[in-house]
Design a protein around this ligand. Sequence first.
Ligand code: UTP
Length: 408
Amino acid sequence: MTYEEAKEKLARAGQEHLLRYYSELDDAGRERLLAQIETLDLSLLDLIRDGVKEVPKGSLAPLGALTLEEIEEKKEYYEKKGADAIRSGKVGAVLLAGGQGTRLGLDKPKGMLNVGVTRELFLFEQLVNNLMQVVDRTGQWVPLFVMTSEKNYDDTTAFFKEHDYFGYKQEYIFFFVQKMAPSVSYDGRIYMEGKDKLSASPNGNGGWFSSMIDAGLLDKIHELGVEWLNVFAVDNVLQKIADPVFVGATMDAGCVCGAKVVAKADPNERVGVLCLEDGRPSIVEYYEMTDEMIHSRDENGKLLYNYGVILNYLFEVKTLVKIADEYMPVHVVEKKIPYMDENASLVSPGEPNGYKFETLVLDMIHLTDNCLSFEVDREKEFAPIKNRTGVDSLESARELMKKNGIAI
Ligand code: UTP
């Protein structure tokens, strides 16, 4: 793209300030800047033009779950079915580690967090340990795909290497990079991070499968014979990965997808709830629910919208391929965005100062025909680390790890 073309593209969206330092840049800097402007998706700005609007939901109805008791009754059967699938190489795992963990305030990948107390135990390490249990049980290495972002790819891959992949077999770990989206101020001006650099952040965890395709990993999936992918977040230190019981139950139910869920701790818990939307599986966020939905109970006194998702999903690969090009809603999220000020110095704000654009993996659920809602015990499988202290924190996760007999 030439300077003139860039200027014209930006002028249409009122973003000419991005070329303010062009004349000061050397040739390489100019090229870098023009390349970013060329791929810039300015249509995202339409999402905030007249205030931020969330995507309206269709008609919602509750969805139950395969409960802990029901799972316990058929545990052996499910486990065998799942373990057989794993043994024949049909199951892979996808670690979503492209996020920035701004709430935790780390300046490195979240997985590098030391969750140990008396010893070093990194988040990445504990996740690998969790997966290793399945490898030990089945005698099969489960391919582990790790999504990073442009911002943390180098640190993440170096960290795994430095720690000898935490004992995992290196040939079964595949790193890939997700796409970026521009970050903007509240009044819709795209921030700059440097004179030749637009401010951009990872575009959410919803693009993981298309990023895998872009990275050429679909060929690898086919080559390995992987038919199911278990996608999970980096920050739930207790979660089971490629859990044979979950895999077996999803297959047994004839579903194309499964979601691990926990019963809500209280009606107002801030979790997305698995439900039906226009007859298809979907996730309704806590802020999208009416008071009536939040408090309605069935004849046994159980909440109708009871099962919160924990970002641990199993998808059939065939279905993922089918839905790969379908439209995913883009969410506008308020975040703290480092930016270059009027004097060209970099500012790291203490409070949110603008918007990022993200697609979310939970929206993929609604693109599938059916989804098994699979209940897990939160005390055993749900310890997300979002903050330093308080709810969903390093502190609370450490408590739960101790309860589960993990030496920290
Ligand atoms: P979160 O919603 O907790 O976002 O991600 P985050 O960026 O890690 O943290 P905050 O909101 O800035 O504090 C849930 C999961 O999705 C991954 C994260 O790494 C985490 O595993 N994720 C999130 C991505 O892989 N890419 C993204 O663009 C965003």
